[in-house]
Each structure stands twice: as structure tokens, then as C-alpha cells.
Design a protein around this ligand. Structure first.
Ligand code: TRP
Length: 361
């Protein structure tokens, strides 16, 4: 069986280091591993519109921002198919058929949708498109016969729902769709990187993100202002790692070789943590080290992005080509789905024959 990856992001803003730690870095590794037959990376503009229907300009602007971030991180159009969701109308048709296989109460139980409805104060009146986006996400995944979906843990309920749809479809109409597996980040700190203020989620409105395209001095300012252990007042005091943003970021980004380069008094993160917990290690020293780590991580991304920004028509060309390729793949699945659902009237000679027989004499 082919190994196929599909994943993507809603284009509602530039991507930040949380996206990088949680999924982008992994995608590039998977891409470069050579283990996958196809890799589809989707800019989910149609899904972004389900809760931004009144702000299409925002979505449109961010499509190219996300594409730039993707390619700056190392997603390579020669190895991965980068495409725009709305350019694949086959996905809508698949969603339409899958809707028959999902109940309203099942959608209401989806924990991610539940949380998002609350966050957006949608309780009183939820747009139908938003409410049903898990179904459309199942279409995204199955259209490409994806076997592997690398995403953050917040997407787990979407994968569960997709598997249910696949199972239901295959049971009712015969084996047609491929059941996908979720691939979560392997590093615990990367599952959900907090904002620089220690709040659980990085979000543009909270102003607590470090963006991938951010300039070096801005990154430094943000790192130096990071939330640490509020009880760690004097350098001599023992410090706590629990909820300590600086250490969570180190868990996500630092490698042993960073110590050799920037903090040779310690061999690795465990030694640094032990000293912090014992007392005698100040926050500023740890933050300066984290700043080095972040700069080393982000500098090549920022530089590549600046290069890519010089030729925006090329970015659109990549997305156009990718969308054409993705459309062809989705059309193949849709064909199979139509056959399985017996709505392939004109391609089915047997049907015409059978109906002819039926009406004879
Ligand atoms: N829901 C994802 C997000 O919010 C984006 C997305 C849409 C997606 N369709 C997908 C991710 C299919 C993985 C697979 O970022």
C-alpha cells in the first residue's frame, strides 16, 4: 500500500514557532525521509472561511504568508504537493455525501468543535459550515487516500471522526476509502507550545506568539520577556520547571550541541534543569541561552523567507501547479466514491443493460 501524507493549516495568520515545533519541523523531516510516496500539504482556506466568512480578504492575504512560511521551513515543492483547498471542488462533493453518514449529535460531541464554538461565542448561532467542518476535514484526508496525518493533538477528534466516516462508508458502500493514522509530535513539549506569557495557547489576539518571520531583535525581546517561575525571585532561590515557559521552549528546541556553542558549563538540558531546581541559576542566564537557541533555529528560516519573498509570482505558480495535481488525485477518489454509491449512471454499461432488460415486453 502506498504511504501518503496529507496535512495542512488554516490561513488566518502567519505561522509561529508553535506551528514549527508542533508540526512543520516534523513535516520537513518526513518529506526528506523519502519514506512517503506522496506528500500533500494543504492551505485550508475554505475551512478558514467557515469562521471568517465576513473577512475573505484576511484569508486571501494569509494564503501566501502560509505558503512562504512552509517553503521557508524547508517544504520543497519538488518533493511535496502544496495546494489551496478551495481550488479542489471535489472536496465539497465528498463532504456532501459524507454528511449523510454523520449525525448532528456526533458533531456536537466533537471536543475541538465544542471548544472553538465557545471561544468564538458562537453558542447562540453557529454557522452550519463551521459546525460541519470536521466532515469537510474527513473529505480532505480521504480524497488523497492519506495513510498518515501529522497534526497537533487538538486535531485528534477530527481524525477520530474521519475514521468513523471511513468505516461507515466502507461498511455501507464497500471498501473504497483508506483509514488514516494520526502522527503526533514525539516531543511532549511540542504537543502544545505555550505563548511567551505562559498562557496555554499562542494566539495573535493575545500578542504572545513568536512568528517564524520575526526579526532577530524582536525574537530576543520576546524571549527576554518570557514567563518563568514567579516564585524564583533571587538567583539563589530554587526554581521550578513546572509551567516554566523558558524551559518548555528549551525542551522543544534545544539540542546538546547548543550547549557546546553557547553554554559550555553544562553538557545538556538535564544538567541545566538540575541547577535551576537546586538554586543559584538566574532566569536571565537561561533566557540568554534560549535566545541563542531560537536565533539559530529561526535565522535560516527568516533568510530563506526573504529570498522567497522576492518572487511572489513563483509562489503562486507553485500553488497553482500543486492544486492541479491535487485536483487530479481527488477526482480519482471521487470517481471511486461515485461508483461505490451507485451514482455513476453514464459510466455503467451494465446498468443501462439491466434497465433495458427490465423494461422489455
Ligand atoms: N484543522 C486544521 C487546522 O486548524 C487544518 C486542516 C484542514 C487539516 N483540513 C485538514 C489538517 C486535514 C490535517 C488534515 O490547522
Amino acid at each position: 500500500m502506498s504511504k501518503i501524507i496529507l496535512t495542512g493549516d488554516r490561513p488566518t495568520g502567519k505561522l509561529h514557532v508553535g506551528h514549527y515545533a508542533g508540526s512543520l519541523r516534523r513535516r520537513v523531516e518526513l518529506q526528506d525521509s523519502g519514506e512517503y510516496d506522496k506528500i500533500y500539504i494543504m492551505i485550508a482556506d475554505a475551512q478558514a472561511l467557515t469562521d471568517n466568512a465576513d473577512d475573505p480578504e484576511k484569508v486571501r492575504q494569509n494564503v501566501v504568508e502560509v505558503a512562504l512560511d512552509y517553503m521557508a521551513c524547508g517544504l520543497d515543492p519538488a518533493k511535496s504537493t502544496l495546494f489551496i483547498q478551495s481550488q479542489i471542488p471535489e472536496l465539497c462533493e465528498l463532504s456532501f455525501y459524507y454528511m449523510n453518514l454523520v449525525t448532528v449529535s456526533r458533531l456536537q460531541r466533537n471536543p475541538t468543535v465544542k471548544a472553538e464554538i465557545q471561544m468564538r461565542n458562537f453558542e447562540a448561532s453557529i454557522p452550519v459550515g463551521f459546525f460541519t467542518y470536521p466532515i469537510s476535514q474527513a473529505a480532505d484526508i480521504t480524497a488523497f487516500q492519506a495513510t498518515t496525518v501529522p497534526v497537533g493533538e487538538d486535531q485528534m477528534p477530527m481524525l477520530e471522526q474521519t475514521k468513523e466516516i471511513v468505516h461507515k462508508f466502507n461498511t455501507v458502500y464497500g471498501d473504497t476509502l483508506t483509514e488514516p493514522k494520526i502522527l503526533l509530535p514525539d516531543n511532549q513539549a511540542c504537543l502544545r507550545l505555550p505563548g511567551i506569557d505562559g498562557k496555554a495557547k499562542m494566539s495573535k489576539s493575545l500578542g504572545n506568539c513568536i512568528y517564524l518571520s520575526e526579526e532577530a531583535d524582536e525574537v530576543k525581546k520576546k524571549v527576554m520577556s518570557m514567563f518563568t517561575d514567579p516564585g524564583h525571585l533571587r538567583v539563589e532561590d530554587p526554581g521550578s520547571l513546572e509551567g516554566n515557559t523558558v524551559f518548555i521552549y528549551l525542551d522543544a528546541f534545544c539540542k546538546d550541541e547548543h550547549f557546546e556553542r553557547y553554554l559550555p558549563d553544562y553538557a545538556n538540558l538535564d544538567e541545566l534543569k538540575a541547577h535551576y531546581q537546586r538554586g543559584g541559576l538566574g532566569d536571565v542566564k537561561v533566557k540568554k541561552f534560549l535566545n541563542h537557541v531560537m536565533q539559530e533555529t529561526l535565522e535560516p528560516i527568516r533568510n530563506r523567507r526573504k529570498e522567497l519573498q522576492k518572487d511572489i509570482p513563483y509562489i503562486y505558480e507553485v500553488l497553482k501547479k500543486g492544486s492541479q495535481e491535487a485536483k487530479a488525485a481527488a477526482a480519482k477518489t471521487l470517481d471511486n466514491v461515485r461508483n461505490a454509491m451507485k451514482i455513476n449512471y453514464f459510466a455503467d454499461q451494465e446498468l443501462i443493460q439491466q434497465q433495458s432488460e427490465k423494461f422489455k415486453n
